[in-house]
Design a binder for this molecule. Structure first.
Ligand code: ZN
Length: 116
C-alpha cells in the first residue's frame, strides 16, 4: 500500500533539510518510519470508528470554543475586563504588550479601543 513516489519524495525532503542529522539515521529509514506512522494512524482512527459503531451519537463530544474576555479601555488607559476586573499597562494596550489571555479568567483577550 506504500506509494514509492511519496517515499522517494519524503526521503529527498528529509535529505534536503538535513533532518537525518538529529538522530544520525539515514533519510530513507526516517521516511519509512514516518510512512508507517501515517499507516498506523489511519488504522487506529478506523479501528476507533468501528468501536464507536460509526454512530454519531457514540462519538465523543467536541469541546465548545472558549469565549473571549472583552477588554475595553477608558481615557486614562485603564482596561476594564468583561470578567469584572481592571488593569493598566505602563504603555499601550494588550496587543502592543503581547497580552493574549486575561490573567483573571484565563480566556483569550478581545481588546476594544474606545471610539474617539
Ligand atoms: Zn477575563
Amino acid at each position: 500500500m506504500t506509494d514509492p513516489t511519496f517515499l522517494e519524495e519524503l526521503t529527498a525532503l528529509i535529505n534536503k533539510h538535513n533532518l537525518e542529522n538529529g538522530s544520525n539515521t539515514p533519510d530513507y529509514i526516517l521516511a519509512d518510519y514516518l510512512n508507517h506512522c501515517l499507516a498506523i494512524f489511519d488504522s487506529t482512527v478506523k479501528e476507533r470508528s468501528r468501536w464507536y459503531g460509526e454512530n454519531p451519537k457514540n462519538l465523543p463530544p467536541i469541546a465548545p470554543p472558549i469565549e473571549p474576555c472583552l477588554w475595553t479601555v477608558d481615557d486614562e488607559g485603564t482596561w476594564s475586563t468583561e470578567c469584572g476586573n481592571a488593569f493598566q499597562f505602563e504603555v499601550d494596550g494588550p496587543h502592543e504588550n503581547n497580552a493574549r489571555f486575561c490573567q483573571y479568567c484565563g480566556h483569550p483577550i478581545d481588546a476594544v479601543h474606545a471610539n474617539h
